[in-house]
Design a protein around this ligand. Sequence first.
Ligand code: SAH
Ligand code: SF4
Length: 361
Amino acid sequence: MNALLKKAKSSPRALNREELTSLLLCTEPEELFRAAYEVKLRTIGKRVSLRGLIEMGNLCSKDCLYCGIRKSNCNTARFQLDEDSVIRMAKWAYDARYGSIAIQSGEIESEAHTALIERILLRIRDFSGGKLGVTLSLGEQTEEVYRRWREAGAHRYLLRIEESNPHLYAKLHPAGHDYARRSACLDLLRKLDYQVGSGVMIGLPGQTETDLANNILFFAEKDLDMIGMGPWLPHPETPMGKDFADTLDFRQKQLDLGLRMIAVTRLYLHNVNIAATTALQTLAPDGRERGLLAGANVIMPNVTDTQYRANYQLYTGKPSLDENSDETRQKLQASIRAIGEEIIWDQRGDSPRYFQRKEQL
Ligand code: SAH
Ligand code: SF4
């Protein structure tokens, strides 16, 4: 194990599939986390970037079998924030010195929606003088739509591949949810010069350690700038979650696997942005901080008004549903300081990998 960790630390992409798998399964995870944290310190520093997360709406045209806001779930009230509300939340994040926001919602493909996002982006550019970073996470769209949003000021896009094994992908989605299109969308985003983020759900039924290692190889193959991944959490109103026995033991395993994936991804890719996602915090109150110590460097605190949060439950048990954005900010500041890390305020926190790739071209 020590020899493997040494090799992984010395240069990016140094391991093969079997070596990635053996690190994922290693018997001394604390050593794995320490090695990944070392690489994070060397490539990023003791720094955490924030993205204020705006959950803009839960209308979705898709029916992913794991997701609580899938279109067939009739037990959730649907909402969509209007333009002024999104701008108000974006301004809040800007004034709170977050440096960046991420706008996320279900997948909607329509001219009205495209134009709404475009107007929002232009207003954000306007009030922040182009300083506030904007990540979009609005699903699969056409090249034209991605281009319009890029031109209006979005510069990062997060589209998880969910699982890079097409056979397993097919089991997680109903017909008409096309793996090839999703993968092609990542290529379009790269072509349009977005900083491209993707990721997977971890610990899915039927997902093996080899699948997880292959997911990390997929991140490298797509040369991603940012990785956003987290444990799968069963939602009782979904086909995958409805009869699932959600035990304490299962939750501990999901957390452990989530942390291991962060660490091995950091050790393999070195200078990408990696998010410590809310799903980790759902499994343990200090889940995100543990994610940072296993090699992540980005946190996405929710800045959506609390009144909407209960209806944006991709999975259940999401923390901070009734904690307002001010409280979240204070707590986060304290908990990050407590692990000896520092938030970088007022900066977009772009991916070092993005600039390195541009230099290499
Ligand atoms: N509709 C957009 C963005 C919103 S969904 C899209 O799908 O890209 C954001 C992410 O939530 C998804 O990519 C998925 O990985 C995650 N997600 C959905 N249901 C989940 C669950 N039950 N457990 C963990 N993550 C889930
Ligand atoms: Fe819609 Fe995204 Fe949920 Fe799939 S994961 S149902 S696309 S919100």
